[in-house]
Design a protein around this ligand. Structure first.
Ligand SMILES: [Zn+2]
Length: 834
């Protein structure tokens, strides 16, 4: 059939060649494949010498659109900054939005780089290298000719100042120092995290090193049931992967073919039976062989897609398959230099600079995203219109369930993201979720002063949000008073507080100087006086100048506030006529003391003919319930928390964060899984015997653990066959703790394998009762492995002593103990197994 010549007429890159070789090895076997590989290699070398790829600085081509993209984005961010001044945005939200916007721009730029090379310079050596998959990836090219983007600090948090330059343009000083964080993270991670990843691999190997394919079949009656997911495309590949290379445990009947039990499922069969609802398969989880696994339970050896041979050390294969990606990925953060790249979904960008229009019908919904920003979700197909001028206009049709980020009649710039297309599932999630679970974070003031809660609609804002205004003022507390006394300033305070000043003994002789005139006494008691004394220590000549300020007493007992607040800015009519008129008009028209400009928000404190004095003020948008201010005080100090807000910060989720998670699951560090197992066991035990309860609860917890580990790796884009994880999980869930020892000689509280317990139970009348437990990998490998292997792993003296006292026997089942003694290892295909 294949004797005809096979012609493939397309560009073959790394992925394509992988596919080709895979297909070849499946159809023609290993020997013919080696010949093909040799030929391919020769072909490759031949043309590699002919093309002679080299790299020059001129090959690094920066797309022209970069400048305008960055300029426009900066404009938008400046507008956001104005929103802070207006009190519509909190600084935390601002930070998040800035990060998001820069990330988007950097991702758009990545696309542009690709397009730029493809359309203008297809044979560019840089582009050829990346696209073919020979060296480097697009993220590195982005750093060379796009923008480096957002950096990550050693904690994994994103720094909100982006690096706008690329490596060809070279960085400026600030950008250079920011990129040091990422570079340092890379160095630290390679030094420390590779060690962690390596240690995990080592522990895993010690746990499962005795798992060798020992027998052709264990005749187990337990099996895994695979519920088939709906025939959707996204699930299709996943389901195929789940059943491929496994062995049917029961007969599977499909329209025109029958798969008998014990048949392995190849690619062809997998596609045929994928739509069947329930498929029963063998799995390593339920294999009955004691120190190993049987051929049928394990299924294919994934190295050659054939049933694993007898003597294959599948335990070590599994341990390495799980441990290796960890080491790989720690290196990857080093190579990208700590650059953060959050992926953006399927987005739609504006083709021109212009204004966007769309109808305001009721076919959309307002949705709050994680960073508190509001977007529109379309419920039907929607038409967008972007107009630059009369000739240039664009019609865009948005599909159902897209997010629109820009309001109607607003301006957009070229390549700005207008909308994101999401699927129905995500849309449903967005509609349902309420951001209750997020953490709350306190917001601090940057100035101290008086606060006023503005009434709704005070500033004629479209959004009728309540706002809090803090105006700059000096707060004098009791402590400050004392301190100032020593600095030769005396607060001369009428009536009640005057006595307190006398405490300061240094100034005793001066006490008499403060004579309160009858006039003052009659005045408002709220008014206070400051007297400044100069040269207080020179007793000879009391050269004292007295200056008085009026102080206002605040509602709070201990705090005073100067009535004349600091003037932050004075606007003169002559110099800045435009601003002057604007403020005056605004002030006189509305009698409003607050003035908000692009750069500052301020309070008008003096309004004269030729000058206006302004005082600094800050506006915050608030929700009454989140406010924690003491309303009675009316004053806030600098850096104190005034209210709480919801926030969510992005963090990079690289394997460096993932590895501890996996270790946590495998080592059973948090007792959460144990609790789940226990509650499951007790629940099932109510209606069943403890044997069945143990089986069912373990089956459930095993699947839960496999899923959990898979999730961590999948988030990194790493695909590990379930088989490998199952081999490990089987080990840590195979034991039980004895509650009542019955007629047996076992001790209460002892941890024994369930298989063994069941065998003993068969011959007993008063049976052993037990409870299944999960045991972490390092403890687990000490529990059942041989004495020699244990001594070499951990606790040398302890294990030697126990071994000597108990008179332990080592059966030399595993690989490690045989290596130590100097025997041949009991693994390896081709050997005779009794
Ligand atoms: Zn088996």
């Amino acid at each position: 059939m294949y004797k005809q010549k096979l012609i493939i007429n397309k560009t073959i890159d790394k992925k394509e060649i992988q596919k080709l070789i895979n297909w070849f090895i499946n159809n023609f076997g290993a020997i013919k494949t080696t010949k093909l590989l040799d030929k391919l290699k020769l072909l490759g070398f031949n043309y590699a010498t002919k093309i002679g790829i080299s790299l020059g600085i001129k090959d690094l081509k920066i797309p022209k659109i970069k400048k305008t993209l960055i300029k426009n984005n900066q404009k938008n961010i400046d507008k956001l900054y104005y929103q802070i001044k207006k009190g519509n945005l909190k600084t935390i939200e601002y930070d998040e939005k800035v990060k998001e916007k820069w990330n988007q721009i950097s991702e758009i730029l990545k696309k542009e780089i690709n397009d730029n090379f493809r359309t203008t310079d297809l044979l560019n050596p840089l582009y050829v290298m990346v696209i073919s998959g020979a060296r480097g990836n697009i993220s590195q090219i982005k750093q060379l000719v796009g923008m480096r983007g957002l950096m990550v600090d050693p904690k994994g948090e994103i720094i909100n100042i982006p690096i706008k330059s690329n490596l060809k343009e070279s960085l400026n000083i600030v950008e250079y120092f920011i990129s040091c964080y990422g570079a340092r993270k890379g160095v630290i991670d390679t030094a420390i995290k590779t060690a962690t990843a390596g240690h995990l691999t080592r522990k895993l190997i010690y746990l499962v090193q005795d798992q060798i394919i020992r027998r052709p079949d264990c005749y187990t009656k337990e099996m895994e049931i695979v519920f088939n997911l709906k025939n959707k495309k996204s699930y299709y590949n996943k389901s195929i992967e789940k059943i491929l290379g496994r062995v049917a445990a029961k007969e599977i009947r499909c329209s025109n073919l029958t798969i008998s039990s014990g048949q392995d499922i190849c690619n062809y069969l997998a596609k045929k039976i994928i739509h069947i609802k329930k498929i029963f398969l063998r799995t390593p989880l339920t294999c009955k062989v004691n120190h190993g696994i049987c051929q049928l339970c394990y299924g294919w050896n994934l190295a050659n897609n054939r049933i694993a041979d007898l003597g294959e050390p599948v335990g070590i294969l599994a341990a390495q398959s799980i441990g290796e990606p960890g080491t790989q990925l720690t290196m990857r953060t080093f190579h990208t230099g700590g650059i953060f790249s959050g992926e953006i979904g399927e987005t739609l960008t504006s083709p021109i600079n212009g204004t966007i229009y769309y109808e305001n019908k009721k076919d959309k919904k307002l949705i709050k995203l994680n960073n508190n920003s509001k977007v529109l979700l379309t419920l039907k197909e929607k038409k967008l219109l972007i107009i630059e001028n009369k000739q240039k206009r664009f019609n865009i049709k948005l599909p159902k369930h897209s997010l629109i980020f820009i309001k109607s009649q607003k301006k957009v710039f070229e390549k700005q993201i207008i909308s994101e297309i999401i699927n129905w599932k995500k849309a449903k999630k967005l509609i349902k979720t309420k951001n209750n679970k997020e953490r709350l974070k306190g917001v601090n003031t940057s100035i101290s002063g008086k606060f006023i809660i503005l009434k709704k609609n005070y500033l004629h804002d479209k959004e009728k949000q309540q706002k809090l205004c803090i105006t700059n003022a000096n707060i004098i507390t009791k402590n400050l008073m004392k301190h100032n006394l020593e600095n030769k300033t005396i607060y001369h305070i009428k009536q009640k507080i005057i006595h307190k000043i006398n405490i300061c003994s240094n100034f005793e002789p001066m006490k008499n100087l403060f004579k309160i005139s009858e006039k003052d006494k009659k005045k408002n008691s709220n008014k206070l006086k400051i007297l400044k004394i100069i040269n207080a220590r020179k007793k000879k000549k009391l050269n004292i100048k007295l200056r008085s300020f009026t102080l206002k007493k605040s509602k709070c007992k201990n705090n005073l506030i100067t009535e004349k607040t600091k003037t932050n800015k004075i606007i003169k009519k002559k110099k800045d006529n435009r601003n002057f008129e604007k403020i005056k008009k605004n002030y006189e028209a509305n009698e409003k003391k607050l003035y908000i400009d692009k750069n500052y928000c301020s309070e008008v404190i003096e309004n004269r003919k030729k000058t206006i004095s302004l005082n600094k003020a800050i506006l915050y948008q608030i929700k009454q319930k989140n406010l924690i201010l003491d309303k009675n005080k009316g004053l806030v100090k600098k850096d104190s928390i005034i209210f709480y807000t919801q926030y969510k910060t992005q963090k990079t989720t690289d394997i460096v964060q993932g590895l501890p998670k996996i270790e946590e699951i495998l080592e059973n560090k948090k007792s959460k899984q144990q609790k789940i197992l226990k509650s499951l066991f007790e629940k099932i035990k109510e209606n069943n015997t403890s044997k069945i309860a143990a089986k069912k609860s373990i089956y459930k917890i095993q699947n839960y653990l496999v899923k959990k580990i898979q999730l961590v790796y999948l988030s990194q884009g790493i695909i590990i066959s379930n088989k490998h994880i199952e081999v490990i999980i089987r080990k840590i869930t195979s034991k039980a703790i004895i509650r009542e020892s019955g007629e047996s000689s076992l001790m209460q509280g002892e941890i024994v394998e369930i298989n063994k317990l069941e065998k003993i139970n068969k011959k007993l009348q008063r049976k052993i009762t037990y409870e299944p437990v999960i045991i972490g990998i390092s403890k687990s490998s000490l529990l059942n492995n041989s004495l020699i292997s244990n001594i070499c792993f951990r606790g040398v003296i302890e294990n030697l002593t126990i071994g000597a006292i108990e008179g332990k026997v080592d059966w030399l089942n595993g690989i490690k103990e045989n290596i130590i003694i100097g025997n041949l290892i009991p693994a390896g295909t081709g050997q005779k197994i009794p």
